[in-house]
Ligand binder design. Structure first.
Ligand code: PLP
Length: 368
C-alpha cells in the first residue's frame, strides 16, 4: 500500500473541506433526568395519529420500491393548497430541495445571497456547489430587503429568504417579499423557504404561493418536519414548470421513501392535527415570550414554533451558563453561536410541562 499522504489519496473537490458540517440539536441529559428536547423545532404534540397509522400500514411492503414521482403525495398537497400537482416536487425533507436547487442553478464562482442570521444549511449547500456565499446584514434581526437587493451582482444566481427565519423567528411581510422579487433580475432564482409557514398567524404574511404562480423565477420550499414528521423526512417545493423540470432531472429517482409518502399524505389531510398544533403553539409562544420578558430577558419577536432568548452581558448569566443549568435539569435548548448569537438560546415551544419547567428553571438560574 502506498504511503497515506494527502496527495496519495482521493481528494475532495476544492471548497469541500472549507464546509462546516451542520450540527443538529442535542438530546443528551444526565442519566435519570427526564429529557425535554427543545432544540430542533419538533412538534410537542407529535405526528398526526393518521400519519402514524399510515406508516404502520406500509410496514409490510418494504420490498416494493416507492412511486418515484410521489404522485399521490403531490396530489394530496395540491388538493389541500389548491395547486397544480405538476408544479410540486417532493423531497427527503426540504433540505434536499435546497441542495438540489444549488446543484442545479449554481456554477463554481456564482454567488448566492442570504442574510447574516439565516438558516445555516444555505451556506453549506452553496459551498457544496462551489458557489460563493454572500451574507447580508439584517436590520433588527430581520431580513433587510434593501440590503439584499444592494448585494446583487452580475454573478448572483440565487437569493434565499427564510420566511420566517430560523433561528430568529422573524418574518418579512408579503409586500416586502414582492418588492424583493420585483427588484431582482429575472434570471436570478428567489427561494422562499417557508419551513414554518403553518405556524405563522399574521395577516400580512404569505408563504409564497401567489408569487410562484405569478412569476418565472420564484420557488417556495415547505416541510412536514415542523408539524410532526421530522424523523421520516418529507418536504416539497412548489415552482414554475421549467424549474420543476430541471429539479426532476437532478433528484434521485426514488428520493422520497414509501413511509414518507404515506405519512405525508395522511398528515397534509389531517387538518385537525395541524390546527391543534398551531393553536398550542400560539398559546405557548405568547406565554413564553411574556414570561421571559418578565424575567428581564430580551426575546426576538417570533412567529414560528420557537423563540430566540437573549441573555444578560453580566458575565454570570450567560447563554452558555443557562444552557448548562437547563441541560442538567433535562431541558435541552439550542446554542446559536454559529448563527451569530453567542449569548442567546433558541427554544422550541414545547409541551405545557416543558414550557413551565424552563421558565421555573430560568427564574431560579437568574436569581443565582
Ligand atoms: C428555515 C428552515 N428551512 C428548512 C429546514 C429544513 O427542514 P427539513 O429538511 O427537516 O424539511 C429547516 C429545519 O430546521 C429550517 O429551519
Amino acid at each position: 500500500m502506498p504511503e497515506d499522504t494527502e496527495n496519495a489519496r482521493p481528494q475532495p473537490k476544492p471548497g469541500v473541506m472549507d464546509i462546516h458540517a451542520y450540527v443538529p440539536g442535542k438530546s443528551a441529559v444526565p442519566p435519570g433526568v427526564k429529557l425535554h428536547k427543545l432544540s430542533s423545532n419538533e412538534n410537542p404534540l407529535g405526528a398526526s395519529p393518521k400519519a402514524i397509522e399510515a406508516v404502520r400500514d406500509v410496514a409490510g411492503r418494504m420490498e416494493v420500491y416507492p412511486d418515484g414521482s410521489a404522485a399521490r403525495l403531490r396530489e394530496a398537497i395540491a388538493e389541500v393548497y389548491a395547486l397544480n400537482p405538476a408544479n410540486i416536487v417532493c423531497s427527503n425533507g426540504s433540505d434536499e430541495i435546497l441542495g438540489l436547487l444549488t446543484q442545479t442553478y449554481l456554477e463554481p464562482g456564482d454567488e448566492a445571497i442570504f442574510t447574516e442570521h439565516a438558516f445555516m444549511v444555505y451556506k453549506i449547500y452553496v459551498q457544496a456547489a462551489g458557489g460563493v456565499p454572500v451574507e447580508v446584514k439584517e436590520k433588527d434581526e430581520r431580513a433587510d430587503i434593501d440590503a439584499m437587493l444592494a448585494a446583487v451582482t452580475a454573478r448572483t444566481k440565487i437569493v434565499f429568504l427564510a420566511n420566517p427565519n430560523n433561528p430568529t423567528g422573524t418574518y418579512v411581510p408579503f409586500s416586502e417579499v414582492r418588492r424583493l422579487q420585483a427588484g431582482l433580475p429575472s434570471h436570478v432564482l428567489l427561494v422562499l423557504d417557508a419551513a414554518y409557514a403553518e405556524y405563522v398567524r399574521r395577516n400580512d404574511y404569505e408563504a409564497g404561493i401567489e408569487l410562484v404562480s405569478s412569476s418565472r423565477n420564484v420557488v417556495m420550499t415547505r416541510t412536514f418536519s415542523k408539524i410532526g414528521l421530522g424523523g421520516i423526512r418529507v418536504g416539497w417545493m412548489y415552482g414554475p414548470d421549467h424549474i420543476v423540470d430541471a429539479i426532476n432531472r437532478m433528484r434521485g429517482p426514488f428520493n422520497v421513501n414509501t413511509a414518507a409518502i404515506e405519512a405525508g399524505i395522511a398528515a397534509v389531510r389531517d387538518r385537525e392535527h395541524t390546527a391543534k398544533s398551531v393553536a398550542h403553539n400560539e398559546q405557548w409562544l405568547t406565554w413564553l415570550t411574556e414570561q421571559f420578558r418578565a424575567l428581564g430577558l430580551r426575546v426576538t419577536p417570533s412567529v414560528g414554533n420557537f423563540l430566540l432568548v437573549h441573555f444578560p452581558d453580566d458575565g454570570r448569566h450567560t447563554a452558555e451558563a443557562a444552557d448548562a443549568y437547563l441541560t442538567a435539569r433535562g431541558y435541552v435548548l439550542r446554542r446559536v453561536t454559529g448563527y451569530g448569537f453567542p449569548n442567546a438560546l433558541r427554544m422550541t415551544v414545547g409541551t405545557e410541562e416543558a414550557n413551565r419547567g424552563v421558565v421555573a428553571a430560568l427564574t431560579a438560574f437568574l436569581k443565582g
